[in-house]
Design a protein around this ligand. Structure first.
Ligand SMILES: [Cu+2]
Length: 172
């Protein structure tokens, strides 16, 4: 009964193979970068061309008690243009990440929030972001937010255009 089990065999193999692989990667050249990589980071076109043509009203971030790790942000976005603006992401220096969320009622009548991949500001229309509706969720806050201070938010559209918003922190 001294035959090694397959698990022990593979562990023994790993012990032999891993150092060999480590030595090879140290001795080898760093992987060559693709020839086209120098062109990949072409400078963006002018900043104004990359800015979302939306107007912002009533932006705010809801103050939360110390220790709370997340909060919501709202605003009204108006799109005077002839094409819808599809927001796919947002970010803020105050949070590790920002989620696009919607509020839904399930068949049992319970209300809950769920993340969505995009929120659209219709052409010639507006999108209201507010707690209890569509909103932004600041996740893993990096520090407490003081009522009255302004928080920077960046909205990102599917085409890469962005919009910077400064939102005051207000009590719920
Ligand atoms: Cu939420």
């Amino acid at each position: 009964m001294s035959r090694p089990t397959p698990l022990l065999l593979s562990l023994a193999l790993a012990a032999v193979l891993i150092p060999a692989a480590a030595i090879r990667s140290q001795a080898g050249q760093p992987p060559a970068s693709p020839a086209h990589s120098t062109h990949a980071a072409a400078p963006p076109s002018s900043t104004s061309a990359r800015r979302l043509p939306l107007t912002v009203g009533g932006a705010s971030v809801i103050a939360v008690p110390p220790g709370a790790s997340e909060t919501s942000a709202g605003m009204t976005l108006r799109n005077p243009g002839k094409t819808p603006v599809v927001l796919t992401a947002a970010r803020s220096p105050a949070a590790e990440h920002v989620m696009l969320m919607t509020t839904r009622r399930d068949p049992q009548g319970r209300v809950g929030m769920s993340a969505v991949k995009s929120l659209t500001v219709p052409a010639g229309g507006s999108l209201v972001l507010k707690p209890g509706g569509n909103h932004l969720m600041l996740m893993n806050l990096k520090r407490p937010l003081k009522p009255g201070e302004r928080i920077a938010l960046v909205l990102v559209a599917r085409d890469g255009r962005t919009l910077s918003v400064s939102a005051p922190v207000r009590l719920p």
